[in-house]
Design a binder for this molecule. Structure first.
Ligand code: ACO
Length: 432
């Protein structure tokens, strides 16, 4: 029998079961707390709340572990690629060659967005943020693919393969279109002869009569960046996807909410914020020392962007991989980026500073991903969009987990009300 937790409240004792995960994570199952005692558990920001039992991704933030479906991120970064890892996130296991070919083929088959959708995209203002466009396009996918996005769980699951391929492929297509349209350029049709990442670079950068041909180092760096972002357990955007999915919403509606959640600077917007910070430091003539002092004082509202993580309190394993890939890529491309020198200095200074050490603040994946993306020719306003392309398989896998749970309930947290107590309505003439 599993251990029991005993809670004493108002001289009464309540007993709750515990749950242990396969990696020995322990949880007290408080689901009956309110009905038994009248109390709810209070955990603003959900820092200590297990919102679900999931089989997709495991993180141990205390010792810097990240695994997709049990496989360490280091092994996947070395041996796998974005498409193969995406298949595994979605369906549970690494694909056979035939399964991989079919999955990759489905993604290619669904890469072109409807001409009407591409046209709708032209209606956005030329200075529209690409992340705003992407979120709208993801929502619009449920309008242009109504046969596979019905809000009927059985039908939506029957069509899951096509919907998943559409979400993954058309996120990349919409992102490239958003980039081109906001720059007054004609969109490029997807090229099914190319790999996922090379096709994306083609849709972004090919010009009439001048097809973009990615060199292997660029192609590999982009693939790695996408793979490292593919899932990350119950973060802000993934929890949002699950929340929306729990109400029965179709895949596209759910992932568009995920994209909205990703946009903020404390989450997916951090990679853009890192480059902005590094540029500002460079332009001010600082080597990073003054900025660190300001970030420590907290007075200016400044934070060392790309540092700190809600879960990783040792190091972010993705940051180690991408930091090394970043150094290799820049050396290969012969790029001398002064922002990289500032980033190196910030990292060294922060890692030796008691403020950051005592708060367990280490570089996260976004500290270096912006520099990698810049070296690939991706402009800063597209960085969060790149994160969304990478995270899409994780969102889709989490949507599927919710959709396939026959006992799943709509997610509906409680609150502790602190507003005015009961009072009477006052007619307007009597209001002071
Ligand atoms: N720079 C300076 N101080 C920081 C930073 C930072 N980047 N991050 C946290 N702190 C300090 C806080 O001021 C606070 O100090 P205090 O205890 O003296 O008040 C302490 O560390 C704890 O901070 P919290 O905000 O409570 O930590 P939390 O776990 O809630 O926040 C977060 C995590 C949002 C990622 C935060 O570290 C941050 O804002 N980092 C910069 C933005 C960033 O890089 N986000 C990307 C996250 S990774 C991702 O989404 C892929």
């Amino acid at each position: 029998m599993s251990k029991q937790a005993v809670l004493k409240l108002d001289d009464q004792e309540y007993t709750f079961p515990t749950i242990e995960g396969v990696e020995h994570e322990k949880a007290v199952d408080f689901r009956t707390l309110r009905s038994a005692s009248g109390y709810v558990s209070y955990d603003e920001g959900y820092g200590n709340t297990g919102s679900c039992q999931s089989e997709i991704t495991f993180i141990d933030g205390e010792i810097g572990i990240l695994r997709y479906r049990g496989i360490p991120i280091e092994q996947l970064a070395k041996n796998s690629d974005f498409i193969e890892s995406s298949y595994m996130l979605l369906y549970g296991d690494l694909p056979t060659q035939a399964e991989r070919d079919r999955f990759s083929g489905l993604i290619k088959d669904h890469a072109a967005v409807s001409p009407l959708m591409a046209n709708a995209l032209k209606g956005f203002p030329s200075d529209a943020p690409p992340m705003g466009i992407l979120g709208s396009m993801l929502g619009a996918m449920s309008c242009y693919n109504q046969d596979i996005a019905t809000n009927n769980r059985v039908t939506d699951l029957e069509n899951f393969d096509a919907a998943a391929a559409t979400a993954i492929a058309q996120t990349a297509t919409s992102a490239a279109l958003a980039y081109r349209v906001t720059r007054g350029l004609e969109g490029n049709q997807p090229d099914p002869s190319l790999s996922f990442q090379d096709n994306f670079l083609h849709m972004m950068f090919s010009e009439p009569g001048k097809p973009y041909v990615a060199i292997p180092e660029v192609s590999r760096a982009l693939d790695l960046m996408l793979l490292l972002h593919a899932d990350h357990e119950q973060n802000c955007s993934t929890s949002t996807v699950r929340m929306v999915a729990s109400g029965g919403a179709n895949l596209f509606a759910s992932v568009s909410a995920g994209a909205a959640a990703l946009w903020g600077p404390a989450h997916g917007g951090a990679n853009m914020a890192v480059i902005k910070m590094l540029e500002e430091i460079k332009e001010s003539g600082d080597d990073g020392s003054k900025f660190i002092d300001e970030a420590k004082s907290g007075k200016s509202g400044k934070r060392l962007m790309g540092f700190g993580h809600r879960v990783y309190k040792n190091f972010d394993p993705r940051a180690k991989i991408i930091g090394q890939a970043c150094e290799e890529l820049l050396a290969k491309l012969g790029i001398d980026d002064p922002c990289l020198d500032i980033a190196r200095h910030l990292e060294q200074a922060a890692l030796a500073d008691d403020y950051f050490i005592s708060r367990n603040l280490y570089p996260n994946v976004d500290f270096y991903s912006g520099i990698v993306l810049r070296a690939l020719g991706i402009p800063a306003d597209m960085f969060t969009v790149m994160f969304a392309i990478g995270r899409m398989p994780g969102w889709v896998a989490n949507w599927r987990e919710i959709a396939m749970n026959p006992k799943g309930k709509i997610n509906r947290p409680r609150q502790v009300y602190q507003g005015p107590a009961l009072r009477d309505y006052t007619p307007v003439a009597e209001r002071g």
